[in-house]
Design a protein around this ligand. Structure first.
Ligand SMILES: N[C@@H](CCC(=O)N[C@@H](CS)C(=O)NCC(=O)O)C(=O)O
Length: 213
């Protein structure tokens, strides 16, 4: 059985967890924080989560793990067969990570630990978010799914990116991503109807509550 290392607040962890659930692959969750301890670095060389240990050994980096899961036999696929459409899904996944996730991540210290941010930094991050949202709006389809008619990995990546990013942008910058990404609200509702999404969300919400004390 696979072992998934990480913790349920982590958006990256939840992307892999949802993919495993959707694909019906058996796995055990091993509650783990990022760590620089040598035994964890053997599994995840940067000490980050998630890390998935499969029969052959460990794998780190979320996109690599998602691609690996897709290669395993499954009736549930998250990439289109057509090479161009598949590349478009990957373009959307990568853009979501680079221009939304990694930008909003700069606010997580303020979200979780009340770190203060200078007005200058807030202005810089707001500018990056505006630019990123403009780019994402060129790629997002919401017809009804992120990349078109079918559910793809782009939905999984966007869903858990938005989950934490929107908490952060609302708290720190008073920006609701639903106002920046037209169609996001309806799509979030659609995604929320899925029972696996509900299960992962419930674990994330519980962990967020525990973190808030
Ligand atoms: N590039 C990594 C990023 C994963 C990541 O940043 N995970 C966070 C938790 S959400 C982490 O482990 N942070 C600790 C660190 O950056 O050292 C991936 O795609 O899996």
């Amino acid at each position: 059985m696979f072992k998934l290392y990480g913790f349920p607040v982590s958006n990256y962890y939840n992307m892999v967890k949802l993919a495993l659930l959707e694909k019906g692959l058996e796995f055990e969750e091993v509650l783990t924080r990022p760590s620089q301890k040598e035994d964890f670095l053997q599994k995840s060389p940067m000490g980050k989560v998630p890390c998935l240990v499969v029969d052959e050994g460990p794998l780190s980096e979320t996109d690599v793990i998602l691609d690996f899961l897709e290669e395993l036999s499954s009736d549930i696929n998250f990439y289109p067969v057509d090479p161009y459409q598949k590349a478009k899904v990957k373009e959307l996944m990568k853009s979501t990570e680079l221009y939304l996730e990694l930008v909003a991540r700069r606010l997580l210290g303020a979200l979780f630990f009340d770190q203060s941010l200078s007005e200058e930094l807030k202005t810089e991050i707001t500018g990056q978010l505006e630019k990123g949202a403009k780019a994402l709006n060129k790629l997002l389809k919401f017809e009804p799914y992120a990349a078109g008619a079918e559910r793809t990995y782009a939905d999984i990546v966007l869903y858990y990116t938005v989950a934490l990013s929107n908490l952060a942008t609302q708290k720190v910058l008073d920006i609701n991503l639903e106002d920046k990404l037209p169609g996001l609200h309806t799509w979030l509702e659609l995604m929320g109807e899925n029972s696996f999404v509900q299960a992962v969300d419930a674990d994330q919400n519980e962990a967020l509550k525990a973190m808030a004390g």
